[in-house]
Structures are given as C-alpha cells and as structure tokens.
Design a protein around this ligand. Structure first.
Ligand SMILES: NC(=O)c1ccc[n+]([C@@H]2O[C@H](COP(=O)([O-])OP(=O)(O)OC[C@H]3O[C@@H](n4cnc5c(N)ncnc54)[C@H](OP(=O)(O)O)[C@@H]3O)[C@@H](O)[C@H]2O)c1
Length: 325
C-alpha cells in the first residue's frame, strides 16, 4: 500500500494541474476570463496593506473584531537582542496600523508573553488590542490563579480580553476560574482551545456542556475536521471560533514551494499562497478570527491582505483543496 508521502508525490503534478485550471473547468458557474499567465511568487513585489479588514461579531456580545489576528507561538519566543526584537516590533506595528486587534499567546509559549507585553507597552498600543492568553497546564484553582496573575504581569496589563483553557486540561475547574475572573472584570470572554482534529469530539462535548464564549481549534485546507462538528455546533450555541494552525505550522508553504499562485487567485484579490490559505479559513462564515503566526514584517503584511476583498466560494475552495491533495 503506498504511503501518504508516496501518494502525495505521485499526485502532486496532477493536483497542481487541476489547481491551475480555469475554475470554469471545475464547475458549472461562469468565471471571469483568466489571464493565461500565472503570477510567479518571486515576481510579487511587496506592496503595503490597504483597505479595511473584514470584521465578524462575537455571538455572545455582538462586539465586532477584525477577522485577521495573529499568534505568538514560536514567532514571539525570542530573547531581548535588537536583532530578535526589531522584526517583531515591525510585525506589531504593521498589525496595529492595519486595524487588526486579536493577538493570541500563552504562559507556556516560552518568552512570548514577556516579549509581547514589552513591545505592546513600548508602542503604547494596549488599548487598541484584544489580548487572548490561556490557563495552561495547571491543576486546581490556586495554580490557575497564580498563573493568570503572572500572565498579567508579563503582559504588562491589568486585564485580558480572552482567557482560554489550553488543550482541555483541568477544563471545568479552569473554566470556572476564568468565569470568576470575568465577573471581576479582569477577563472579558472565556474560551476553550485545542489544536488537533483527534480532540475535536472531546472539545464538542465540552462546548455543549460548558458553553464558553470562544472556542479555538485548528483548521486549514488540509485539516477540515472542524467542518464536521465544531462549526455547526458553534453556530447553534452562539460560540465565537478562533482558528489556529491555518498554515499547518508553516508546512503548507513547503507543499506549494516553487509553484505559481493560480490565476483564479485574482478572483478573490489574492496574490500569494498565504492569502489563499487564510481566505479559505475565513470564507467559513462560522469563523470569527484566524491567528496566523509570523516573525517577519513582510509576511505580516501578506497575512493582513487576506482580510480584505472577496472571500472564496465553493469553486475556489475546491480548487485550493485539490492543489494540496
Ligand atoms: N491552542 C493551542 O493549543 C494552539 C496550538 C497551536 C497554535 N496555537 C496558536 O495559533 C497560532 C498559529 O499557529 P502556529 O503558530 O502553529 O502556526 P501557523 O500560523 O499555522 O504557521 C506559522 C508558520 O507560518 C510561517 N508564515 C506565516 N506567515 C507566512 C507568510 N505570509 N508566508 C510564508 N510563511 C508564513 C511562519 O514563518 P515566519 O515566522 O517565517 O513568517 C511560521 O513558520 C500560534 O502562534 C498560537 O498562538 C494554539
């Protein structure tokens, strides 16, 4: 039986060919005439972000947040040298300048909370941000509370917009603590997170039982499990959805390395694979915000551009899935 790797290698050419076909060949709908030449990635010059980010409402409150946020796992886990901090300073600057607000972190992401707290404070942008952190790997109320107090200190703030129970650990006790902190005004919304499809059944049970304000889960063109349970349930229960690992921790870029962006990308105003991957995620109406992580200003601008213009319809979604099959 061929391995997944063998299968990928043998189908890569045909899948790419399908992705590069005009979309009219993939469906009955009419498609604008395609330019016969594709856009090579290398030739895509960096242009600044412009426009207004699409917003989505948080069901429990109606508060609207921009659909592109950012993560900090890995990317913000750096030391204090200028060489490490300067690019992140610019990553944050471009994020705020574009009107984006949602930043996800965790006390267990190495130095990320410290670095984020320092850069936010230095740029005096705390009031413009929606900070999300987690109760992570702790057991019992006292441990959770001590960790939260430490998160506030590291983030240089006296409240966070979202406090999430990380990876369904000690879920009921930690969510009860998060709700207690919400009552005290130190937390605006409470949530549950996971990052793998094998945990989605358990996450769905917890959503039904505990009805958090937010749920955070993985979703991408190659990991579509959330469509089965999580999205319909979030819609029914009125729970906001935050998406992590939209780039499969960067692995999606290896799959398209050297391949031109398909011509149909123009139909959704995208000129990079990153924008296509993110547009795929936010084209799901149940998705409230996606949190791609980057350490590079150029990639931050790229990611932000996914949050403006047309979203994908079924034809474009299918073509992108085929390109990665
Ligand atoms: N709740 C949980 O258990 C959990 C688990 C995983 C993640 N998360 C959250 O979700 C966030 C995102 O997930 P993730 O960090 O695993 O990975 P991700 O966002 O899927 O991918 C990040 C990778 O993509 C690269 N990248 C970003 N933008 C790019 C662009 N425009 N072009 C090319 N490459 C680009 C980054 O490299 P560069 O730095 O070079 O741009 C990095 O290697 C995390 O940071 C974290 O906040 C939560």
């Amino acid at each position: 039986m061929p391995s997944r790797r063998d299968f990928l290698a043998s189908t890569a050419l045909s899948a790419t060919a399908i992705a590069l076909m005009p979309l009219s060949a993939c469906s009955q709908e009419t498609t604008p005439a395609a330019n016969p030449t594709s856009t090579p990635l290398a030739a895509t010059a960096e242009t600044p972000f412009s426009g207004t980010l699409i917003e989505r409402a948080i069901p429990v409150s109606g508060e609207r947040i921009p659909v592109i946020g950012m993560g900090t796992s890995g990317s913000f886990e750096v030391g204090d040298s200028a060489a490490e901090r300067d690019p992140l300073r610019e990553v944050l600057k471009r994020f705020v300048a574009a009107g984006a607000t949602v930043i996800d972190t965790a006390p267990t992401y190495g130095t990320a909370e410290d670095v984020l707290g320092a850069l936010v404070s230095e740029a005096s942008v705390r009031s413009k941000l929606f900070l999300a952190t987690k109760l992570s790997g702790v057991s019992g109320r006292d441990e959770g509370l001590a960790q939260f107090d430490e998160s506030l200190r590291r983030l240089k703030t006296d409240k966070v917009e979202l406090l999430q129970v990380h990876n369904l650990r000690d879920t009921e006790t930690q969510l009860a603590l998060a709700r207690e902190l919400k009552q005290q005004g130190k937390v605006k919304y409470v949530g549950l997170t996971h990052y793998v499809e094998s945990a989605q059944a358990e996450l769905a049970d917890a959503m039904r039982k505990l009805k958090p304000d937010f749920v955070q889960i993985n979703y991408s063109p190659v990991s579509r499990g959330a469509e089965q349970r999580i999205f319909p349930l979030a819609k029914d229960l009125g729970i906001a959805v935050m998406i992590n690992r939209a780039f499969e921790d960067g692995k999606l870029f290896a799959q398209v390395k050297g391949k031109p962006v398909p011509d149909w990308a123009k139909e959704v105003g995208a000129d990079s694979w990153a924008q296509l991957f993110l547009k795929f995620v936010i084209s799901q109406p149940e998705v409230t915000v996606v949190i791609p992580a980057t350490s590079k200003p150029k990639n931050q601008t790229d990611n932000l551009k996914a949050g403006v213009g047309n979203l994908m319809g079924e034809r474009q979604r299918s073509a992108l899935i085929s390109a990665l099959a």
